[in-house]
Design a protein around this ligand. Structure first.
Ligand SMILES: [Zn+2]
Ligand SMILES: [Zn+2]
Ligand SMILES: [Zn+2]
Length: 252
């Protein structure tokens, strides 16, 4: 295909039309019952289009109105995509969606919905449920489904979904302290059962190695791991490990 000469007018027209496309899509999807998956694919199509449009204007210096328009497009696409993802997973998903170095084809529904964070991200907007983005009805105002942070919810189940911790590996609700795979960002929530294992030497309960957790995090993102090294992993507690090492040294 011949590459179009990117001039400023062309860029602006492109952004303008994409913006009006996004606005009408938002209206269309809001008015009828579409499944989350369909909504997801529709918005990912727009993200892809934005990628291409951005490529086209690679060498053009953007004017004020272009930038403003582009910002609006990005905002709509990101917000509408985040509405489809549960509150605990939004932080991680947001990072991926808003990173335009990541091509849309690599952002599957599974990948965006895989890693939880300690903090839930509410849907912003007046009188919208922080979890499902539904408009809050007068009944919810009466029943006062509001949490300590001021987030409003349309129902009890949305309130629970916002606050409950679910293990990313086994999907079971966590009641005690969760284990975070990425401790700094407090991401990748796993329950005690999934975080621990038994030492092969003495059968004491121990935590999996950090290597194991890193691989688990990649697995949660559904990225293909190049090797099957994770299968050759033998857990030993510290004292059994030192015993093993000194044994093999004696043998040598
Ligand atoms: Zn709700
Ligand atoms: Zn678990
Ligand atoms: Zn041991």
């Amino acid at each position: 295909m011949k590459k179009m000469g990117a001039n400023k007018e062309f860029v602006f027209d492109n952004f303008q039309s994409l913006l009006s496309e996004c606005k009408s899509l938002r209206k269309k999807l809001g008015s009828a019952n579409y499944s989350e998956r369909i909504k997801f694919h529709k918005w990912m199509e727009k993200r892809q289009k934005l990628e291409i449009t951005e490529d086209d204007c690679y060498e053009v210096e953007l004017e004020y109105f272009d930038k403003k328009c582009l910002k609006q497009v990005i905002q709509i696409i990101c917000n509408e995509l985040l509405k489809l993802i549960s509150p605990r997973k939004r932080k991680h998903a947001q990072k991926l969606i808003c990173d335009f170095r990541l091509p849309s084809e690599k952002l599957s529904w599974e990948r965006l919905n895989s890693v939880s964070s300690s903090q839930s991200l509410p849907i912003e907007g007046k009188n919208l449920c922080a979890t499902c983005a539904k408009k809050i009805s007068w009944w919810s105002f009466v029943s006062k489904n509001i949490d300590e942070q001021g987030n409003q919810f349309c129902s009890h189940s949305c309130r629970e979904e916002f606050h409950h911790l679910i293990c990313d590996k086994c999907n079971v609700k966590i009641f005690d302290t969760p284990y975070y795979i990425n401790k700094e960002e407090r991401e990748g929530i796993v329950c005690f059962d999934c975080a621990s294992t038994k030492c092969l030497g003495c059968h004491k309960t121990i935590l999996h190695s950090s290597d194991y957790f890193q691989k688990l995090l990649l697995g949660l993102e559904r990225e293909k791991t190049r090797s099957s090294h994770s299968e050759n992993y033998f857990p030993f507690c510290k004292s059994c490990q030192t015993k093993k090492i000194s044994q093999t040294e004696e043998e040598e």
